[in-house]
Design a protein around this ligand. Structure first.
Ligand SMILES: Cc1cc2nc3c(=O)[nH]c(=O)nc-3n(C[C@H](O)[C@H](O)[C@H](O)COP(=O)(O)OP(=O)(O)OC[C@H]3O[C@@H](n4cnc5c(N)ncnc54)[C@H](O)[C@@H]3O)c2cc1C
Length: 344
């Protein structure tokens, strides 16, 4: 490879970035400021899937879920798992739906910390410097709480037009970042927020019905999506399914009751997977309950966020029911402790 190799991205406008030796196509593009769809950046989610038009590449291992054999056969690659070994050209999928928000590094101050459940904290942050911060509902940012605490991804729970940034952080046992939020973070603390990232954002061109599915703190991006969709179109058909283990895990109920009073076609279904006692809520797994409520998904888009097993099960179920992949916008909260596929 020459030191002048270039990655070209087909599109309007076409874009390009120098190949950074040892980095993936996605890293090279993002470091050059070229926006490109991405999410987990670990070969797990498939958000950076694109077509290799031409070029010499090295593919690194990734999950079968993110890129299967049939897709490989069609010349698709994962930009986050592919290194360019010379000039190469890629074409984004769904280029019409790619949002181009500038990448920002913000310094933020914690204004408020709220106990949303026994293991989820709500953080409200004001932007001290580095803004303005534009994002699309459903996107996420990387939060660095303190030196020595690893940066982690958290989804914006607020609408983009609101001044304060809001995040919901669930405490993971022995979790470094979430543990820090629960034990050390206080109002007044400063942190950095970089972003936005992610491609499971609200498609503004779509005006049809929405199936919004959240597991646990997956309610953060789903709230942003639902709020923005209903603010633009209060009579829109939106069905929110919120899955948690038990009653004590339910949160933001006042939020959706208030929204329902203003939005006549907004329905909410709380689904408990492991209720500890008698309940009037629905019970079971989200992926079993939600799809069976509908006889047809014609014209729908689905937004799904939360734990990977739920997201993957829901995606499979919806696809089996005839929903096209391009109409399912999924955000799985993958574990970020390590590079699951050992880059070597
Ligand atoms: C795109 C994206 C968006 C996300 N948005 C949110 C959000 O809005 N709210 C939120 O609470 N989280 C979200 N997450 C998850 C979050 O980024 C962290 O992974 C999570 O908070 C754990 O980080 P930690 O440093 O506390 O734990 P770590 O130190 O990373 O992990 C501690 C231990 O827990 C395990 N572990 C890590 N993550 C999980 C998990 N999710 N479930 C079970 N075990 C786990 C690890 O393997 C390790 O053994 C998101 C993740 C992604 C990829």
């Amino acid at each position: 490879m020459t030191d002048k190799s270039t990655i070209r991205v087909v599109g309007d406008p076409p874009r390009s970035a120098p190949v950074l030796v040892g980095e993936t196509i996605l890293e090279s593009l993002l470091q050059a400021g070229v926006p490109f769809p991405n999410n987990c950046q670990l070969g797990n989610c498939g958000a950076c899937k694109c077509e290799l038009v031409e070029g010499d590449i090295l593919e690194l291992p990734s999950s079968e879920y993110a890129l299967n054999e049939e897709e490989r056969g069609r010349g698709l690659i994962l930009a986050c798992r592919t290194q360019a070994w010379g000039d190469c050209t890629v074409r984004m999928l769904e280029a019409d739906e790619t949002v181009l928000h500038p990448s920002r590094l913000l310094r933020c101050t914690v204004l408020e910390l709220e106990e949303l459940t026994h293991d989820i904290k709500g953080l409200k942050l004001s932007i001290a410097s580095g803004g303005p911060y534009a994002f699309s509902p459903g996107q996420h940012a990387r939060l660095k709480f303190a030196p020595g605490i690893p940066e982690r991804s958290y989804s914006m729970a607020n609408r983009p037009d609101q001044e304060l940034l809001e995040f919901h952080v669930r405490q993971v046992p022995r979790g470094q970042a979430s543990g820090f939020v629960f034990s050390n973070l206080r109002p007044g603390a400063e942190l950095t927020v970089s972003g936005p990232f992610g491609s499971a954002f609200l498609r503004e061109q779509h005006a049809g019905p929405i199936l919004a599915v959240a597991g646990g703190s997956g309610l953060a991006p789903i709230r942003s999506i639902v709020e923005a969709a209903l603010k633009a179109q209060p009579d829109r058909e939106v069905h929110l399914y919120f899955g948690v283990r038990d009653e004590r895990d339910v949160y933001l109920e006042r939020w959706w009751i208030e929204l329902q009073s203003r939005c006549p076609r907004f329905s909410v279904h709380v689904v408990l997977s492991q209720p500890s006692g008698a309940t009037s809520r629905r019970t079971g797994l989200l992926s079993d309950v939600a799809p069976d409520d509908f006889s047809s998904f014609d014209g729908f888009k689905a937004y799904v966020a939360g734990p990977p097993p739920m997201v993957e099960a829901m995606q499979s179920k919806l696809e089996a029911r005839g929903v096209a992949r391009r109409d399912i916008h999924a955000d799985a909260f993958y574990d970020q402790t390590q590079d699951a596929f050992n880059l070597g």
